[in-house]
Design a protein. Structure first.
Lengths: 222, 222
């Protein structure tokens, strides 16, 4: 009985890790779709979110069954409750990747991102993809050093977010209002993606140490 | 024993309702601070978020204790799991009200919202406040008609969100890039506030009917 129980817990953890892989891939493709104005790739991200949502629903059902049948206590219960929260973070991360892809689709055949900002947006997209992958590794390894790295990556993301806004507000910037709106939203989506990985990392830190890192407020956007 | 248990469940529900009151008030004040460039009011929203966060943490502890000590099953377990998710939605709603207040503070002593868009922003802010209050009523009453109303309110919010973007993109609009950035973010915050109330309402619908309304995707932003 005890073994089946830990198998179930491990299966739930594996669902979370699978979600980080799918989300990371979606973020990478959405970024590419945005920069290259690649409609097919954007559509792929949008339709692929169904798989992330179904992992979310099945993960929640797994957690519910665990609570109902096994009635875990102490650290095991903490693990299930933390998993419920991480499922939400990752489901929402999938939605944010979809929002990036929708920006690409809405502006097709143009690219939503003007040439002078493509490198910053690429950097943000890559960081969002990498930080999501690291969140998966932290779930798998419970590595606290890596969790700390996610906090530092998030600081870099916040700097990129601010840098982008500064570029928009410079006198030399000659783009349109439409571009400014799209870039603002896009930057916000990437910044939120990083926040969700931070939230996942903090849940794991709490599981391992009993210390609530998320009592510290997340750095606010802009 | 059974009575103490239901008292605990009711206390958890009350925490959720208290959170909707605090969030609704914060949204109303943040909107006012934004429109009137009222720095003191903005600061009040920002510092007041501590109370919402502490209700979130104590609510999560209540839920955890319930699971650990009472080991609920079936509908009671569903209620606790739903409460965990609703706690997250409301905590995040508090953060969004803070973001609106931060916009007001950042642009003080100017108002971040130009005169021609003040009425639309007011309408969005009032809608966000009202839909949060309705989410509280749905938690308290489990009224499915009211839950349906929240879905329709969210459609109105999405229309307002789109209307604001259209206004920004019209040729006649002569505002600055900075204003466009602020309005984009502000509109996004209000739209997300409504989404979180929809998420709360759908959790209650699921509790009452066993039907998963949230398998339908939320209307996408913009």
């Amino acid at each position: 009985m005890r073994d089946a129980y830990h198998d179930d817990l491990d299966a739930l953890t594996q669902s979370l890790i699978d979600m980080t892989h799918l989300v990371g891939g979606a973020v990478g493709r959405a970024t590419q779709a945005l920069l290259d104005a690649d409609l097919a790739l954007a559509e792929q991200v949008i339709s692929g979110d169904k798989t992330i949502d179904s992992l979310y629903h099945s993960g929640e059902a797994q957690a519910f069954e665990l609570l109902a049948r096994q009635q875990p206590v102490a650290v095991d219960l903490r693990r299930v409750v933390a998993s419920l929260r991480m499922l939400s973070d990752l489901e929402r991360s999938g939605d944010l990747a979809v929002h990036v892809a929708e920006l690409a689709r809405r502006r097709y055949p143009a690219s939503a991102i003007p040439a002078e900002l493509q490198s910053t947006i690429l950097e943000m997209g890559q960081m969002a993809q990498r930080i999501t992958a690291k969140a998966g590794s932290v779930i798998a390894s419970q590595d606290l050093d890596l969790a700390g790295e996610i906090e530092r990556d998030d600081d870099v993301m916040d700097s990129l977010h601010k840098q982008l806004f500064r570029a928009l507000l410079e006198d030399e910037w000659t783009g349109s209002i439409e571009e400014a709106v799209d870039i603002t939203l896009c930057s916000r989506y990437f910044e939120r993606l990083a926040d969700h990985s931070v939230s996942v990392a903090r849940r794991i830190v709490y599981l391992v140490t009993g210390q609530h890192r998320d009592r510290e407020p997340l750095p606010t956007a802009l």
